[in-house]
Ligand binder design. Sequence first.
Ligand code: PLP
Length: 361
Amino acid sequence: MSSWEQNVRKVTPYTPGEQPRGEQVIKLNTNECPYPPSPMVAEAINHGDKNRLRLYPDPEASELVSAIADYYHVNQNQVFVGVGSDDVIGMAFLTFFNSDKPVLFPDITYSFYDVWADLFQIDYVTKPLNQNFEIVTEDYLGENGGIIFPNPNAPTAVELGLTQIEEIVRSNQDVVVIVDEAYADFGDVTALELIEKYDNLLVVRTYSKSRAMAGMRIGYAIGNEKLIAAMKAVKFSYNSYTMNMTSIDAGVAAIMDDAYFQKIVSQILKTREQAKEKLSELGFTFTDSKTNFLFAKHNSMRAEVIFEELKKRNIYVRYFNKPRIDNFLRITIGTDDEMDKLYRVLKEIIAADTKLETDTE
Ligand SMILES: *Cc1c(COP(=O)(O)O)cnc(C)c1O
């Protein structure tokens, strides 16, 4: 090893789901929205004055902050925006998780949390979900250096009730509790209504899933103004101009078109409920999904085999070769046509497997 190599920061990066190219692919592996963003977004991108791109963008992204604040009926100084919620959560780790005590999060959860903790050299302890993949509230009531969990959780799709969230926030007022609500638009619960009551609660949201804009990279956090000011101080000590002009314009346009947003979310929920029926008929069981994906297990075929067989037929779902979840598939809800194709192909794969078994008997 060269001597400089000893001083390299050693990290194991986050592995995102594959982004296969090609028209034929049905992509149900990264929880993107199958529908395009609001037509107002295209309008905003195409019709902006290109000459102004010479200039730096507004470091505060005030127009976007203000649109988000209006939408949620909060003050502008209660909103922080970033380049996707990954940027927002990364900033939050850097800003709030500086205690000698370990940060807590579930053992099965968004697999970026331990990566940020390692990168920023933050000590952490994971708390096992119970048999039903639910967060055990009591595990989060002891001493700690901060807490983060997604609600609904990913990749399990299970939602924690507001009473339990409040108990965690209330019992941890000496640290910051971050609720990552990437999928909350598809669920029944949000912690947003607690932010006026608790100054230690930060709620993080994203445009990537429910607003069909993963490619624009917009995320935001809502919380007490002191939390937001602290995050801004860290952000402006690192890189001030992260939100580009086009994303700011597109983000404003999307949040203004609430009718379109409601329409695509309810369509996804409809398809999801249908998928629960169709996949049950094919021998799958799953958690009660409150997200835009199902976390499913088959009654006879191994998840990894189904994953590989689907991939051969250009259908991409997500498989995690990790303890406790290595026999589950995470299947993003696509359009009705995409899902119909999925059911047909699954039926074939399962029939072929059953035949193979009876033939060898
Ligand atoms: C998708 C996702 C994110 C990150 O989304 P961005 O595209 O960076 O906004 C964060 N948390 C969870 C739980 C997610 O599933």
